[in-house]
Design a protein around this ligand. Structure first.
Ligand code: BG6
Length: 488
């Protein structure tokens, strides 16, 4: 498959992302035969490493991620390293030469992937230099893979986008949102669009509300500096949470093509009700963790973490009630919540169906509850359908859980999100990457929230570490007679 015959240029190959995600994912593709034997990886970084240093680091990364290691030696022969200064013309000239050498050595057709896995302030400059110094002049294709954060608000995102668009066309740009590489996030569309049981019910006549939770037990770890400026709103809501909302609320695309799917997702984001100073108190909860207990260990509050201002108002938790003002979803709240230092590490979607207009059993036996479709994204993967049934040997009703969880064998074979996304990028499939319109619309919503917070000058409320968030997040739903379904 000549598509996968490419040079991967990794900007930031000495960093954490390359080590934790990119090297193991490339290796998995290699072992599975999805990466042809014809490929080269050129690692770039400021450090004075050489090929051997990089290969040592790759090997270490593979050992740490518990791979079968029998193909490591041959895999490593594809790696080389260049010490690189992103602001220096000669660095790009050297890189051009190195790429051409590798293309000769491995007989590659000139396909080039430029992967930005480094500090975002250089993304624009690097993209332009790739173009200006002729690194895009090739007989094959060139693609730019770009990690988050894509800007820090709409304005900076626009500037960045304009910079990279001067060098790369929209269909050459692959903006990573790693949630889109997750098995069960990709399954949302299949569950929705390939099942007669769900497709006709997927609207405001039958669905009462949708709840999306992505909770973490970890705190900000060593990322206080970054997180202080980002907070949960920019770190998780702008990208991952809104991507899940649009996959859940999008209309059936005409076809399963990148353009059709994107265009339906974009319509959802366009229909999101704007949040302003007037409605923010009823729609968004902003919170920060206090000290508490996680896994039996006492943990400090956010403001006591390293590189965090002791007076910080940065939110480590956001819950929101999003309304989609179109005829399919009018009146159905999409509740989202995400935070650090919560009780569990869990990403789950609960779709709560409406009660039937007349349920005889509900009248007589209070035990009936709404039907639920639960999509388990992580750590477990699968779906649960909750129905009402008869309690065996009694006249009472009882909730019946129909569960489908991937068994452990499936799970071991489940590719990492990054593996899937790298493969898609090689194949030229941009469906599971964020289009500029999605990025800009989600920044508009996030900016509106952030501005309303600024205007109202309110501080975040606190929640105890190791809990599911502040009571205000429960009140958000109680106002609509809804409640969060447990995700533990
Ligand atoms: C990243 C955020 O995008 O997603 C992190 O920057 C967060 O703060 C991570 O921890 C969560 O990803 P996952 O796959 O563990 O849910």
């Amino acid at each position: 498959n000549r598509q996968s015959e490419a040079v991967f240029v990794i900007f930031g190959s000495t960093g954490d992302l390359a080590k934790r995600k990119l090297f193991p994912s490339l290796y998995n593709l290699y072992v599975k035969g999805l990466l042809s034997n014809k490929f080269a990886v050129i690692g770039l970084g400021r450090r004075e490493w050489n090929d051997e240093t990089l290969r040592g680091v790759v090997q270490e990364a593979l050992e740490e991620s518990n791979q079968q290691l029998d193909k490591v030696d041959s895999f490593l022969t594809h790696f080389s390293y260049l010490s690189f200064d992103v602001t220096n013309k000669d660095s790009y000239k050297g890189l051009k030469q190195e790429i051409e050498n590798k293309e000769k050595d491995f007989q590659l057709p000139g396909n080039r992937i430029f992967y930005m896995a480094m500090a975002p302030e250089f993304f624009g400059q690097i993209a332009q230099s790739i173009h200006n110094y002729g690194l895009k002049e090739t007989n094959g294709w060139t693609r730019l893979v770009i990690e988050k954060p894509f800007g820090t608000d709409l304005q900076t995102a626009k500037v960045l986008n304009n910079e990279i668009r001067e060098a790369f066309a929209e269909d050459e740009i692959y903006r990573i949102d790693h949630y889109l590489g997750k098995e069960m996030v990709q399954n949302i569309q299949v569950i929705r669009f390939a099942n007669a049981m769900f497709a006709p019910l997927w609207n405001n006549r039958h669905i009462a509300n949708v709840q999306i939770t992505s909770s973490e037990k970890l705190g900000v770890e060593g990322r206080g500096g970054y997180y202080e400026k980002s907070g949960a709103l920019r770190d998780m809501v702008q990208n991952h949470m809104l991507q899940m909302v649009s996959l859940l609320a999008m209309d059936v695309p005409l076809q399963l093509t990148t353009d059709e799917i994107r265009s339906e997702k974009i319509k959802v984001l366009r229909a999101l009700r704007l949040i302003t100073n007037d409605n923010i108190d009823d729609t968004v909860v902003r919170a920060q963790y206090d000290e508490g207990t996680i896994n039996g260990q006492q943990v400090p509050s956010y403001v006591e973490e390293d590189n965090v201002d002791p007076q910080s108002h940065t939110e480590t938790y956001v819950a929101a009630k999003l309304m989609i003002d179109n005829h399919v979803w009018a009146g159905v709240p999409f509740y989202i919540r995400t935070g650090k230092r919560m009780a569990v590490k869990s990403t789950k979607i609960v779709v709560e169906f409406k009660e039937m207009p007349l349920n005889l059993y509900a009248k007589e036996h209070k035990a009936t509850g709404p039907n639920l479709l639960i999509i388990h994204i992580q750590p477990d993967e699968g779906i649960t359908i909750v129905l009402n049934g008869k309690k065996i040997g009694s006249a009472d009703t009882t909730p019946v859980h129909l569960e489908y969880r991937h068994d452990s064998e499936d799970r071991i074979n489940t590719p990492e999100a990054y593996e899937r996304l790298l493969y898609d990028c090689m194949m030229g499939d941009a469906t599971n990457f964020a289009h500029w319109d999605e990025v800009s619309l989600s920044w508009s919503l996030v900016d509106a929230i952030s501005n309303a917070w600024k205007e109202s000058a309110r501080k975040p409320v606190n929640y105890r570490a190791g809990t599911m968030g502040p009571k205000e997040a429960d009140q958000l739903l109680a106002g609509e007679n809804h409640a969060w379904w447990p995700v533990e």
